[in-house]
Design a protein around this ligand. Structure first.
Ligand code: ADP
Ligand code: ASP
Ligand code: MG
Length: 246
């Protein structure tokens, strides 16, 4: 079984959370699965990087902004790899371009176009856990691109789709998708499953729990995506087609 897991910023925010994520990854490896895990930047790193860049040059080019912003995910992926190593498991971390994530050239909001997945497959074959830096790819010029805010979700769905993974899990700081933001509305109701269409309507209405393009891409691949908490062991919400609903 091949599982793609993605860990959001809060789920990697400090050393304790990094090790919690590493244990979620290695638990699946102990059960016999191969795992590819995608890391977002820790905590509010990306906001800070944007503020720092604008403080230096409010009119900085989109190309330079992307090269700079992509470093947030490189830091967290590196640390997560070290946490996995510390638990005694073989691991390799890959940037978006090492993983072969090709995008168009729209800096700041690039679309994933293809994945040359040979490197990832080769690493999985040797028994390593593969960590992929979220939110970034490489354009036809060979330049680093970023996928838009929240874009690590789309990295994970693209990897799961192109690699034909059996399962795509988005680990975050809430235990699933609710009818409204559960942090703001204590009476929010959780969905066991939600269709791609309804999920896209929820996002269009302002729910930033998933990157819109990740749902678009999951629907194109016909890939069910589970959104669940890295903090609790609660079952999450499956985003899928009506025909395969649980
Ligand atoms: P991550 O860093 O893991 O990518 P995000 O902040 O992007 O996490 O998304 C998770 C957040 O989405 C939650 O903390 C929650 O406040 C917010 N959210 C907004 N609307 C919803 C909703 N309908 N269901 C669940 N979470 C929601
Ligand atoms: N770090 C990026 C952001 O904050 C991407 C992501 O978290 O998915 O938007
Ligand atoms: Mg997010």
């Amino acid at each position: 079984m091949l599982i793609v897991q993605k860990f959001g910023g809060t789920s990697l925010a400090n050393r304790e959370r990094l090790f919690a994520a590493a244990r979620i990854i290695t638990r699946e490896v102990k059960r016999g699965s191969k795992v590819v895990a995608v890391a977002s930047a820790q905590g509010h790193t990306t906001d800070q990087l944007i503020a720092d860049a604008i403080a230096v040059n409010p009119r900085c080019s989109a190309r330079e902004m992307d090269a700079y912003l992509a470093t947030g995910e490189q830091l967290s992926t590196g640390l997560l790899a070290m946490a996995v190593e510390a638990l005694g498991f073989p691991v390799v971390s890959l940037t978006g371009w090492q993983a072969g994530l090709q995008t168009d050239g729209v800096h700041g909001n690039a679309r994933i176009q293809s994945l040359t997945g040979e490197r990832i497959r080769r690493e999985l074959e040797t028994g390593r856990i593969v960590l992929v830096t979220g939110f970034q790819g490489i354009d036809p010029e060979g330049d680093i691109t970023t996928l838009g805010r929240g874009g690590s979700d789309t990295t994970a769905v693209a990897l799961a789709g192109f690699l034909k993974a059996d399962l795509c899990q988005i680990y975050t700081d809430v235990d699933g998708i609710y009818d409204k933001d559960p942090r703001i509305h204590p009476d929010a109701v959780k969905f066991d499953w939600i269709s791609y269409e309804k999920m896209r309507r929820l996002i269009a209405g302002g729910a930033q729990v998933l990157h819109d393009r990740s749902v678009e891409l999951a629907q194109a691949f016909g890939l069910p995506v589970e959104v669940l908490s890295s903090f609790t062991g609660n079952p999450g919400t499956i985003v899928c087609a009506e025909s395969v609903r649980p």
